[in-house]
Design a protein around this ligand. Structure first.
Ligand code: TYM
Length: 331
């Protein structure tokens, strides 16, 4: 059985991009793999949340995981900081992670450009912590969106390097994975290539959004004046709208608006109305479940405790082995 692991930073509500990139197929396949799913609260410290925000966001992320269909009785769902052995593995991997390769990572360069006042060492070594998350459970497959591909490449590099250095086949080389489907990048509604929680709030559709909020955001989505030449290529914001529609609507619906576009008869207002209704339908079961679970603090705490215990069994075993291989005294 393959070991499958994925994670998400608790920095606010989960959006459609998170769901379609890392969760949708995972919930179906948890029965056929050994699955770990965790909330990356160490990672979220790069943005310096307050303790209250951190706690609230971790709980919210857990509620939304469960609402999306993860089953804590089958998969191991845990909070990253509940497995502090991760921090030890991170330290050990950092000894063989080189400045040059870390500085070349696209997400680091982007973050450094966007927040020049906060280029901390946690940002630079973000890929090493992510590698520790994955390697501590010796995962084979990592469900993620397309934006995480480079981080997975780094994880393979670190795994290979460690195995070679100590002449031990301890870490598998994990692959980015979406259960047989292409990795996806869900665009934003503001014309941007990636739906993201940190950019304009109106650019993302959150799983917890009420129907009225979804309608409002979609109706405001960026488009253009419409095509004037038949069968012309779509400009990026329009292409993005079609990509979103492909993700939540029936193929016939997409085809209908595609034909309208190609014959220059498209009315973006109509397309947006349809898209909003399809998004509302698509997210409805998750939205209802979020409301139900949010009120149940006792259950949420129980899930966290259960996940902590299960994650510890696998994580502690790996770190014990790594310490031995490196030459440290056994615990
Ligand atoms: P994060 O929190 O930014 O995103 C969580 C997951 O959602 C996916 N995602 C998207 N997929 C498609 N389209 C989008 N617009 C979109 N936006 C986000 C991301 O690819 C990701 O799969 N570094 C990770 C968290 C992490 C992790 C790990 C993941 C820490 N350690 C170990 C896997 C394994 C992150 O920042 O994801």
């Amino acid at each position: 059985m393959d070991i499958v692991l994925s994670g998400i930073r608790p920095t606010g509500n989960l959006h459609l991009g998170n769901y379609l990139g890392a969760l949708k197929n995972f919930t179906k396949m948890q029965h056929e793999n050994t699955c770990y799913f965790f909330i990356a609260d160490y990672h979220s410290l790069t943005t310096h949340p307050t303790p209250q925000n951190l706690q609230g966001n971790v709980k919210q992320a857990l509620v939304e995981y469960l609402a999306a269909g993860l089953d804590p009785e089958i998969a191991t769902i845990f909070v990253q900081s509940d497995l502090p052995e991760t921090a030890e593995l991170y330290l050990l991997l950092n000894m063989n992670a080189y400045m040059g390769e870390l500085e070349r990572v696209t997400t680091f360069k982007e973050k450094a450009r966007k927040q020049p006042q906060n280029i901390n060492a946690g940002l630079l070594t973000y890929p090493t912590l992510m590698a520790a998350d994955i390697l501590i459970h010796r995962a084979h497959k990592v469900p993620v969106g397309k934006d995480q591909e480079q981080h997975l490449e780094m994880t393979r590099t670190f795994a290979r390097r460690f195995n070679r250095m100590y002449n031990a086949e301890i870490f598998p080389e994990p692959v980015a994975y979406n259960f047989g489907e292409e990795l996806v990048k869900i665009p934003g509604l503001d014309g941007s290539a990636k739906m993201s929680k940190s950019d304009d709030e109106n650019s993302a559709i959150f799983l917890a959004d009420e129907p009225e909020a979804i309608r409002k955001k979609v109706m405001r989505a960026v488009t253009d004046a419409g095509p004037t030449v038949k069968n012309s290529p779509k400009p990026e914001p329009v292409e993005n709208l079609f990509t979103l529609m492909k993700a939540v609507s029936q193929p016939e619906t997409v085809q209908y608006f595609d034909d309208k576009y190609n014959s220059c008869e498209i009315r973006y207002g109509d397309m947006k109305k349809q898209l909003a209704e399809d998004m509302i339908l698509f997210t409805a079961p998750i939205r209802e479940k979020i409301k139900e679970l949010k009120a149940n603090d006792t259950y949420i705490r129980k899930v966290m405790d259960m996940g902590k215990e299960k994650a510890h069994v696998s994580g502690a075993a790996t770190v014990r082995l790594v310490r031995e291989i490196i030459g440290f005294r056994p615990y």
